[in-house]
Design a protein around this ligand. Structure first.
Ligand code: ZN
Length: 80
């Protein structure tokens, strides 16, 4: 099934409870784009975890976040 970007953003909103995204988001579609851009940067290695102990992994836990890590900061913006 295909969704419009706006419909996908609404589904994401309903599934995650995300009500606000980075300040520059004008609507849900923009928020979804911002979230996707951030996740792609992490997935492609453009933004790396620092792995100083608090970054998510199998040992620390996948919900762990390091407030000083740029990749974790993106994750925290998406999933506060
Ligand atoms: Zn990290």
């Amino acid at each position: 099934m295909r969704y419009s970007l706006e419909a996908a953003a609404k589904l994401l909103h309903e599934a995650t409870g995300i009500t606000e995204m980075p300040e520059n988001c004008d609507g849900l579609a923009a928020c979804l784009n911002a979230a996707t851009d951030g996740l792609v940067k992490i997935a492609t290695g453009q933004v790396l975890h620092v792995y100083r102990g608090l970054c998510p992994d199998a040992v620390t836990g996948f919900d762990s976040r390091d407030p000083d890590c740029p990749a974790c900061q993106i994750l925290q913006e998406i999933q506060p």
